[in-house]
Design a protein around this ligand. Structure first.
Ligand code: GAR
Length: 205
């Protein structure tokens, strides 16, 4: 599989940094061809540039519709020959033009054990629900919000007295391990999608 990554961010970019570090430490056999932020003030843009990676802002406000925005992202990603797209704190819904351009080639990281607590503020949802375990999920992106086939999950305990912030910090540590691992798995192949599951590919006959 084409090992050139396109990483989409909207903010801090600590998961982007985890991918940059994993590549530098050779735990992840890939390269980052492009970082795109939906926001000009995203700290992740500086992280990318500090690592010598091309980083651009594509602001959604510049486009009339979400599909137009997605098409602009596809154009930038294709221009760099990106093979796998990694959403890393990208706070925009991705629609059909992007998903169809990269079928089963878009990953997302989410701060809960999906299918629990999809959408925004997953850590607050977990605290408010009173769950005793939460975690991080890396999954393939489909049209269903946070509903695509799961690639890697890592669990953390929810402690008495946790706030959304303390839980988020505990989950984030696991996110930083889970994302490079999931990207490596997907790039290595040997899997296929069956229904909502990622399963080992059929052995050659
Ligand atoms: C991460 O916790 C990520 O799981 C979450 O945003 C944070 C981004 O942090 N993503 C979502 O909630 C997506 N629904 P980062 O910018 O430091 O990687």
């Amino acid at each position: 599989m084409n090992r050139r990554l396109g990483v989409l961010i909207s903010g801090r970019g600590s998961n982007l940094q985890a991918l940059i570090d994993a590549i530098a430490e050779r735990r992840l056999d890939a390269s980052i061809a492009l970082v795109i932020s939906s926001r000009a003030d995203a700290a992740g843009l500086e992280r990318a540039r500090a690592a010598g990676i091309e980083a651009i802002c594509v602001p959604h406000r510049a486009f009339a519709t979400r599909d137009d925005y997605d098409r602009a992202l596809v154009k930038e990603l294709r221009a760099r020959d990106v093979g796998l797209v990694c959403l890393a704190g990208f706070m925009r819904l991705v629609g059909a033009p992007l998903i169809e351009a990269f079928p089963n080639r878009i990953l997302n990281i989410h701060p809960s054990l999906l299918p629990a607590f999809p959408g925004l503020d997953a850590q607050t949802q977990a605290i408010e629900h009173g769950v005793k375990v939460s975690g991080a999920t890396v999954h393939l992106v489909t049209a269903e919000l946070d509903g695509g086939p799961i690639v890697v999950q890592r669990a953390v305990p929810v402690m008495p007295g946790d706030t959304a912030e303390t839980l988020a910090a505990r989950i984030l540590e696991q996110e930083h391990r889970a994302y490079p691992e999931a990207v490596q798995m997907v790039l290595d192949g040997g899997w296929r999608v069956e229904g909502r599951r990622l399963v080992p590919a059929d052995p050659p006959a």
